[in-house]
Design a protein around this ligand. Sequence first.
Ligand code: VG1
Ligand code: CO
Length: 539
Amino acid sequence: MLKIVQTKPYLDQKMGTAGIRKKSRIVMQENYIENFVQSIFNAIGGVAGQTFVLGGDGRFYNKIAIQKILKIAAANGMAKMIVGQNGYISTPASSCVLLKNKAQGGLVLSASHNPGGIDGDFGIKYATASGGQCSTAISDKIYENTKNITSYKIWDAPDVDLSQIGVQKLGNMEIEVIDPVVDYVQMMEKIFDFAAIKKLFADGFTFVFDAMNAVTGPYAKKIFEEILGADEGSVINAVPLEDFGGLHPDPNLIYASSLVRLMYSPSAPDFGAANDGDGDRNMILGRSFFVTPSDNIAILTDNYRYIPAYKSGIYGVAKSAATSTAVGRVAAALGIGYYEVPTGWKYFCNLMDSHRITFCGEESFGAGSSHIREKDGIWAVLFWLNIIAATGKSVEQITREHWLKYGRSYYVRHDYEGIDIEKANRLMADLEAKLPELAGKTFGSFTVSKAEPFVYNDPVDGSSTKNGLIVYFTDKSRIVYRLSGTGTNGATLRVYLERFDDKCFDEDVMQFLKELADVSRQIAEITERTAKEKPDVIT
Ligand code: VG1
Ligand code: CO
């Protein structure tokens, strides 16, 4: 039965870099999810007769939120909701299913790499018919709606059983429960040379994939163990858990520490990888060797010819401004288009839709291609396995040959977390104001060549976005400053440090970037303003 419920607006439902992201307890407030989802539907002119895709990374509150969303969708006249079995779907699989079914929209319940649980985080990403997350123009409209909402529609009915694959009805809406792994696997089989990777494993290549107790476990088990023949047990932490087993499902050197320890131990397998909570981020490791995400996208691009789906040619490549310039050198060598966009995958979508780019990547462990409109963790792992199968080279060899050819961008990101929001905003505003004076100034051994805000003018829709501040130095070093748009605890200042060297590739990264790190604090007065002498997290 259709029910109309009176509600009061929440004033904090503004989307950040990737959807809305909040502490679980905030999302659990009365009508919080209902308001947000109804506001999406209102802002896009209703969803009557439409098809959407729905699922989440399985974190705490996934189950409850999904039932609410199904009932709101049914009450709003949606024709069909395609739902991942048990309410699970990875972010890349959601984009895949959305595009395959030509659905009008998709909702992924996830706070990505943020920890889960009642004291962790929850979030919702909203994708349009393009398969990618909505533009800022649309999220602004949704935000306006959340501030003025007075009622929502909900179908008053018992909860829906999502455990069995098949079709059922909720009011007039059809619910199709699918196994999202199936469509995703089919897509991967079309892109990569599965026969060659199968042979690699059959020949004894050893591998470990850490799903971090999050959504990619079932996908990874199916693809790597069942289909490609990696040893049983190669996929670890493979069962999605509501609290990720206490892990922080962020695949980097800090939070995937047990995998990192294994990869740097004498019993390391040939290859190690991890994905984040919702399966769109990846970390790649060789034996005692780590591939930085900025190098990752550069190396994948340079090796596109080994991959069946790309071997006949690629369009250009894009990276977020904060990502190192490594892939830019590859683009120049290949003579393909090259774009720098603000942080957030949504900025790549127009470039993919208009065939300007095929690949894109971010320093935050994200890489992907135009096969979907999200970054894709398992895709990146398969890409590496395919290169290794085709070349017979190790992760380290492939990376070292890359440096030899193009030079190396030593790169690190410093995060200063939990800063008072007002203080953080002031720091950025004051820094921006003094950028023009920086040119020509010397800090230690670094001389500033140019300093300016990063402004992106989208060549497709003409929109203009300012995101972060960049200081360039005469020796090709760069510092990028920006505030995170995914945090749930005060403000996080991200400082991205890059220094180029085309002769020596074996410097200690931290040591090599130490002076630049000091300069980054000096220029932005970080310690004076935040009382932090060093970053809270270094990745
Ligand atoms: C972070 C990353 C960004 C990424 C975003 C979403 O944003 O820096 O590169 O696209 O998270 O990632 P921010 O604004 O906190 O720096 V995820 O894996 O949601 O899906
Ligand atoms: Co993610």
